[in-house]
Write a protein that binds this ligand. Structure first.
Ligand code: FNR
Length: 184
């Protein structure tokens, strides 16, 4: 049986990030033949095309981690109706130099949570745009736009009762999406 490795990227560097909590909690909804591991992006330098031939160590590390993964899971906040700069920076870093993108052909899923009612919908739409150009196959349905609510997470950091069924359904579809790509 193949053991799937999933690289999780969180689009927030904030210590108490809701999106980081969501990423940590949703890992527990995955089956045992999946390992989901967070990839750090906070130590990446700002992308500079001059560095393409000699990328910084954190860039090399991140690219290796993505390359080794069977799939990607991006969990991101919405900043000013788009994706945070740190996430775009990571996507740019991984996409260069030409012909050496680590994103191409990877299957992915995207999630996001916000205190706002629109639940990161616009950021996710922008992210789909970028990932489409990077030749990443993003799970289309179900979509998951989550609003921070009382009881979203329990004291142990699990998904709270009210959202568990919805997110388990999302995870089941995501797992099937990754497996389907693995068979191709
Ligand atoms: C925000 N926030 C926000 N929320 C939203 O729903 N739509 C938006 O466009 C924005 N814009 C925005 C810009 C900037 C610069 C910041 C710092 C914040 C609020 C945001 O959803 C909130 O701070 C979340 O808690 C951020 O996610 P993490 O860090 O908790 O994962």
């Amino acid at each position: 049986m193949h053991h799937y490795q999933i690289a999780i990227i969180v689009g927030s560097l904030r210590k108490d990030s809701f999106n980081r909590k969501l990423a940590s909690a949703i890992v527990k909804l995955a089956p045992s033949d999946f390992s989901l591991t967070m990839v750090q992006i906070g130590d990446l330098p700002l992308y500079n095309q001059d560095d393409d031939e000699n990328p910084a160590e954190p860039v090399r590390r991140m690219k290796q981690e993505i390359q080794a993964a069977d799939g990607i899971l991006i969990v991101t906040p919405e900043y000013n109706r788009s994706i945070p700069g740190v996430l775009k920076n990571a996507l740019d870093q991984g996409s260069r130099p030409p012909g050496q993108s680590v994103w191409a052909g990877k299957p992915a899923g995207i999630l996001g949570i916000s205190p706002g009612a629109a639940g990161t919908a616009m950021a996710q739409q922008h992210l789909r745009n970028v990932l489409s150009f990077l030749d990443v196959s993003v799970l289309r349905q179900p979509e998951a736009y989550l609003q921070v609510r009382e009881g979203m997470f329990d004291d142990a950091g699990n998904i709270g009762e009210a959202s568990r069924k919805f997110l388990q359904n999302w995870m089941d579809h995501y797992i099937a999406w990754i497996e389907k790509h693995g068979e191709q």
